[in-house]
Design a protein around this ligand. Structure first.
Ligand code: ATP
Ligand code: MG
Length: 576
């Protein structure tokens, strides 16, 4: 440590809120260069490389072949798939000296598809799994928590190519199992959740989320069944349709000053018989949707009034269409939309598409807007008085909502996305016409899978899940060094003994960080705890009596062992 390129900091960096960020900076693992752009210092780089190796081993074990593509890419392939445009502001674009557009790759589906097209031509070549561990660039709107959400980050991205759906499913399951092994080896607590497709398009997809209070992803799970899903992927259990023959006719009421659900419920409880809540009202939120290459189209979204529209869920449901709220100008241009009093009738009469929450089934009766200021319908029945154009998963999910599998209530938690597996299908192979000659001599369009792991993010995730109030605590599988040997005794014999012990441990195959600095034992112990090697060995006062101490950084347990057998004892502790 007297020569190691390392400075530990006593204070938390001013820009850090998340524990892993504070600790990785304080312990000298990473240094900030710009928002979301970090340098890896010796200890940090060792963790990063250790994680890379775990990922690499498990990818090789499923037959993945490692290659390396450039990060600097031409625009053309991303034009072919329209992602040059669709990626929006998150894409780092640049021009070369001749004025040609280039980009820094955010993910490489296009490049792998064209690569396979160029190299392979026969069904005999299939299937194939290719991967890389490579630096990605995304101009994230909110880079966050140091390396947790960077603008430059390391990803393992793998792609499978198969002749048919069965092949794709096999490759998908192989990746799923490989990821389980990777995260197990990294000692990460995680859940696999059903996901939506995101910007990539395609079908089956699951995310691996590390459980963490600082996560940006909300997921829900059902304790009874083990069901877990991204909030965007939760499917609402629709009730059975109800008979409506005996329901009273819908009546328009004067409801002055009731533009909000709360004011409307107050009115209903005062003016009508019975007890009403927001769930008895139908709230209509107006948005505009635009399919890729299409025009903006106004759409009404009807949800039970006790729930907000969750924009992320709505976006995921209408993907790849874009969503925006209506502007005042839109309202002005469509005077039949009476803010605060919009109902299904005016939408139908004016040809506005109307999508409702799955709970709005035939036979349900609602208090909803009557399309005139200060007026509402009471008893407007779905399927009798209005017929929506379809359903949409847009209402917020709440704790206690029934699990889609009916097994019990949902509870929500926060997570950090660490991996994503994805049956893309033919989105990219269609775009680039990636065919091989089939057994029968006819061309076969390949089907593709895409599988990502956030390698650099994992450094932060492990730090986040495993730290304590004293510092980092690395699992043995990724620790920068197996043993942190602290010389806490100035006596010449003790120093020589410690150096010999370090050499013997090294010879026994352990990587040792030797604290040979001229600093007080207190400073050294604090640093050892901050840096977080799993096994701390102290050559201290006991050395004169023939003992040294082994501390377990995870449990905090300290054991005295004899100097004579110290090598065996430390090896046993470090390998346990
Ligand atoms: P997120 O929702 O966190 O932005 P994503 O859905 O954009 O993730 P993918 O495109 O599936 O992520 O990328 C694969 C993996 O790369 C993710 O599972 C995540 O672990 C990692 N990753 C994505 N964006 C970043 C980033 N900005 N910084 C670090 N790692 C990232
Ligand atoms: Mg992202």
């Amino acid at each position: 440590m007297s020569t190691l390129f390392l400075r530990t900091l006593r204070d938390d960096p001013a820009d850090a809120e998340v524990p892993s960020h504070k600790l990785l900076v304080r312990a000298g693992y990473v240094r900030r260069v710009a928002p979301g752009v970090y340098s890896w210092l010796p200890l940090g780089l060792r963790v990063l490389k250790a994680i890379e190796n775990v990922v690499r081993e498990e990818m090789n074990a499923i037959g993945g072949q490692e290659i390396l593509l450039p990060a600097l890419l031409p625009r053309e392939p991303y034009d072919t798939t329209n992602r040059w445009t669709e990626y929006g502001d998150a894409l780092f674009r640049l021009k070369d000296r001749k004025g040609a557009d280039m980009l820094l790759g955010p993910t490489h589906e296009e490049l792998f598809a064209t690569l396979v097209k160029g190299e392979y031509s026969s069904y005999k070549d299939m299937p194939v799994i290719l991967y890389q561990i490579q630096t990605k660039y995304r101009d994230e709107e909110r880079p966050r928590a140091g390396i947790l959400r960077g603008r430059e980050f390391v990803m393992k991205d793998a792609y499978s190519f198969d002749l048919d759906d069965d092949g794709l499913k096999t490759a998908y399951n192989a990746h799923r199992e490989a990821y389980q092994k990777i995260f197990e080896r990294l000692r990460i607590e995680y859940v696999i959740v059903a996901a939506t497709s995101g910007a990539m398009g395609g079908s089956a997809s699951e995310e691996f989320l590390a459980e963490s209070a600082v996560g940006e992803d909300t997921f829900v799970r059902c304790v009874e069944s083990g069901y877990a899903a991204n909030v965007e992927a939760v499917v609402t259990r629709a009730p059975e349709p109800l008979p409506y023959d005996d329901l009273p006719e819908a009546v328009v009421h004067d409801t002055p000053g009731t533009p909000t659900i709360d004011s409307l419920v107050d009115w209903a409880n005062a003016a009508l018989d019975g007890q009403y809540s927001g769930a008895d009202t139908l709230k209509n939120v107006l948005v505009k949707l635009r399919a890729p290459g299409g025009e903006w189209e106004i759409t009404g979204i009807g949800v039970p009034g006790d729930r907000e529209v969750d924009f992320k869920r709505l976006e995921a449901s209408v993907e790849p269409a874009e969503v925006e709220l209506l502007t005042d100008a839109d309202f002005a241009a469509n005077p039949f939309l009476v803010k605060g009093y919009i109902g299904p009738k005016a939408l139908a009469e004016n040809g506005v598409r109307y999508l409702v929450d799955p709970r709005v089934v035939e036979g349900t009766s609602w208090i909803t807007g009557a399309d005139q200021p200060g007026r509402h319908y009471v008893g407007l029945v779905a399927g009798r008085d209005f017929t929506p154009d379809g359903t949409v998963e847009a209402a917020e999910i709440r704790d206690g909502d029934p699990s889609p599998d009916g097994a019990g209530p949902l509870v929500s938690a926060k997570g950090i996305e660490i991996g994503h597996i994805f049956q893309l299908g033919q989105k990219y192979t269609d775009a680039f016409e990636v065919d091989v000659l089939g057994e029968n001599g006819k061309p076969v369009r390949l089907t593709q899978g895409s599988y990502g792991v956030g390698v650099s993010r994992l450094v932060a995730v492990i730090a986040e899940q495993s730290h304590d109030d004293k510092g980092l605590r690395w699992p043995k599988s990724v620790a920068p060094f197996a043993v942190h040997l602290v010389i806490a005794n100035k006596d010449e014999a003790a120093v020589a003994g410690a150096e010999q012990l370090a050499a013997d441990l090294d010879a026994a195959g352990l990587e040792v960080l030797l604290d040979d600095r001229k600093a007080s034992p207190g400073v050294k112990f604090k640093d050892a705890e901050l840096l977080g090697m799993p096994t701390i060995v102290v050559v201290g006062r006991g050395y004169a009596n023939g003992t040294i101490e082994i501390r377990d950084r995870f449990t905090g347990e300290a054991t005295e062992v004899a100097v004579d057998t110290a090598v065996d004892s430390v090896v046993a502790a470090a390998r346990a």
